[in-house]
Design a protein around this ligand. Sequence first.
Ligand SMILES: *[C@@H]1O[C@H](CO)[C@@H](O)[C@H](O)[C@H]1NC(C)=O
Ligand SMILES: *[C@@H]1O[C@H](CO)[C@@H](O)[C@H](O)[C@H]1NC(C)=O
Ligand SMILES: *[C@@H]1O[C@H](CO)[C@@H](O)[C@H](O)[C@H]1NC(C)=O
Ligand SMILES: *[C@@H]1O[C@H](CO)[C@@H](O)[C@H](O)[C@H]1NC(C)=O
Ligand SMILES: CC(=O)N[C@H]1CO[C@H](CO)[C@@H](O)[C@@H]1O
Ligand SMILES: CC(=O)N[C@H]1CO[C@H](CO)[C@@H](O)[C@@H]1O
Length: 309
Amino acid sequence: MHRKQLELLILLSRFFLLPASLPLEIPQCNLSTKNAIFGDSVLGLLVKPGESPIVLIHPWIAPGPDADKSLTKVRGPCPALNTTANHGFIPRSGRNITMDDLIPGLKASLNVAEDIAIMAGTNAFKTNPAPSATVFDLDMLNLHGAIEHDNSLSRGDYYFGDNHSFNETIYAETRAWFHESIISLPQAVSALRSRIETSRKTNPHFFFDLDGSTATTASYLSIFGDTLKGEARRDWVDSFFQYERLPIELGWTPPALEFNMTLLLSLATRIANMLPGDLITQSVESSTYKDGSHWVGGIVNKLNRQQEL
Ligand SMILES: *[C@@H]1O[C@H](CO)[C@@H](O)[C@H](O)[C@H]1NC(C)=O
Ligand SMILES: *[C@@H]1O[C@H](CO)[C@@H](O)[C@H](O)[C@H]1NC(C)=O
Ligand SMILES: *[C@@H]1O[C@H](CO)[C@@H](O)[C@H](O)[C@H]1NC(C)=O
Ligand SMILES: *[C@@H]1O[C@H](CO)[C@@H](O)[C@H](O)[C@H]1NC(C)=O
Ligand SMILES: CC(=O)N[C@H]1CO[C@H](CO)[C@@H](O)[C@@H]1O
Ligand SMILES: CC(=O)N[C@H]1CO[C@H](CO)[C@@H](O)[C@@H]1O
């Protein structure tokens, strides 16, 4: 939709859809952001002051079972992708997700940059059993050691069975480190470290994925807080992990700073450097963050390793 058309529609909406006195204001959204969120949908114009366009255009819908079994929705171990599917930013079915779904979907929902979407998509395609696939289903990510990894903040390790559903006991261990309404970087690192230590003690097949572990912590801090400070709002983080729902009702909006690979690697490196040294040196695949390339190489190694196990 062109800017002019959008402006005209907003103007018209004031006459037909909203009392004239109500300003149509979407906080922290400029015109191009609005466009990304609304797409071509005129429904966007029904937004009332104080209501988020995401809630209206992308309502959260739990992935319940469908009457038609062939269309049953699938979800996977990644809370961020589950969440974007629950809001319909990527196919609600959770199936046949392409790069063309991921790039605009992650941008509009979480202000995640294209380079991260491409990295995530490239890794996800490798979990599709079909050779050279360029689509994936969210549950394909359950493949252990690819994107799914041990010592998750909210899920059990593969060794213990269910490697993908939200697990209250495990999240409680993570949450115990979040002492204040703002999760600081040291608290976030302590939570991750505690999960690593628990897995190391209890899981005889523990496999430490430094990249996956530090990237998860870096991502939730960046999306629900401030990537530069490395801290996040605890109520937003809770809502995300527990319900896989964007915490819009709690006042969250996508981060103002686009979250890209440079920012991800920078915060992940800070986190890695705060972990005990032996974890870093014992890490199996990669402990360097020079660029994003090892993510893809790393996953191939991990997939091979999975076959060896
Ligand atoms: C509007 O948002 C776009 C996309 O996020 C950004 O590139 C642009 O700088 C923003 N403009 C203003 C005035 O904030
Ligand atoms: C996904 O793709 C497969 C193979 O092309 C197709 O059979 C199936 O109907 C698609 N499913 C959805 C939900 O789009
Ligand atoms: C959650 O994790 C705990 C600790 O590993 C485990 O004992 C429990 O069985 C798990 N719960 C579910 C529902 O999988
Ligand atoms: C990532 O974002 C930061 C902050 O906006 C910016 O300085 C950097 O150039 C960006 N990196 C890339 C590769 O776009
Ligand atoms: C490798 C793998 O996918 N492991 C398991 C993840 O958890 C579910 C059970 O909840 C299993 O069906 C998968 O086999
Ligand atoms: C596999 C898994 O944990 N899926 C979750 C994805 O998100 C929905 C909505 O919160 C949960 O109901 C699913 O359990």
